[in-house]
Design a binder for this molecule. Structure first.
Ligand SMILES: [Zn+2]
Ligand SMILES: [Zn+2]
Length: 274
């Protein structure tokens, strides 16, 4: 299993020199297994991934949505495989959290006139919408399951397992008042990788309760309780520039050595110890 971050920013894209090192694009994660290309969320980062897929001659991908807030769908109209008649795209959402029908409505609505020039029906690619059932879904040797967590309008965390490796993608999640969400601790149990929402500092969180996001401290608590091997902190606040994120990274590293901040372009291959 190999994965790459194409967008790591939360809420809204934050381009500019002050965010250039970590990246300003909103959420998009690519996961490659022997069974194909799996994409999680279509924030503005998916634009770059689309170019890479077309250049590499890939003609198929599976795109999973954690939820449909703007920062997780707004890149899709600029994902060039959508316009390619030879490209097959399967779009998935977790049953009960969004549902395939609501997903299709949200994605086509964001391309409606007069706020977007190209309508959804114009797109030439082969597309199909799917629900991920409660028991998860398998593609040969790759298995993908989900868990509903706390976020305004709902959120699904995904767990991807392939070749003896496992990755949990838990963006846009808020913890419980006592700390780590026990549902996520169970869901992430013994995963190789946990990618966790750390949009706020613990100080910021005090005034942003119920906004649907968490902190690096709680991320560490989840990872420790779940026995996760590697923790990645993501969904960076648009006001947190590179220097600020360096400082948060150093704090997290001092509490749990090896904790990493996500960055655009960071690509990891899971093979043995990582
Ligand atoms: Zn978000
Ligand atoms: Zn959200």
């Amino acid at each position: 299993m190999e994965f790459e971050f194409w967008g790591v920013r939360g809420s809204i894209a934050a381009a500019g020199s002050r965010t250039a090192r970590y990246g300003g694009n909103t959420t998009c994660l690519e996961v490659n297994t022997p069974d194909g290309v799996f994409i999680f969320d279509a924030g503005t980062g998916i634009r770059g991934l689309g170019g890479r897929l077309e250049q590499s001659g890939t003609a198929q991908c599976r795109l999973f949505f954690t939820h449909i807030h703007w920062d997780h769908i707004q890149g899709l109209p600029f994902f060039t495989p959508l316009y390619d008649p030879d490209f097959n795209i399967e779009l998935y959402s977790a049953h009960d959290v969004i549902g395939a029908e609501a997903l299709e409505t949200a994605l086509s609505d964001q391309m409606h006139a007069p706020t977007f020039p190209v309508p959804w029906d114009y797109l030439q690619s082969q597309r199909s919408f799917h629900n991920v059932p409660a028991e998860g879904v398998s593609f040969d040797e790759t298995r993908i399951s989900w868990c509903a967590l706390t976020h305004p309008n709902g959120i699904a965390a995904y767990r991807i397992e392939s070749g003896g490796h496992s990755l949990v993608f838990a963006t846009d999640v808020e913890h419980v008042p006592e700390g780590a969400d026990p549902k996520l601790v169970d869901f992430a149990r013994n995963a190789d990788v946990l990618i966790y929402d750390a949009q706020y500092t613990p100080e910021e969180y005090a005034t942003r309760k119920n906004f649907g996001h968490s902190t690096w401290e709680i991320g560490i608590e989840v990872a420790n309780k779940a026995g996760v091997e590697s923790l990645f902190l993501t969904h960076h606040d648009p006001t947190h520039d590179d220097i600020f994120l360096d400082e948060l990274a150093a704090k997290a590293e001092s509490v749990r050595p090896g904790t990493r901040m996500t960055k655009e372009g960071l690509r990891i291959k899971l093979s043995g110890a990582i």
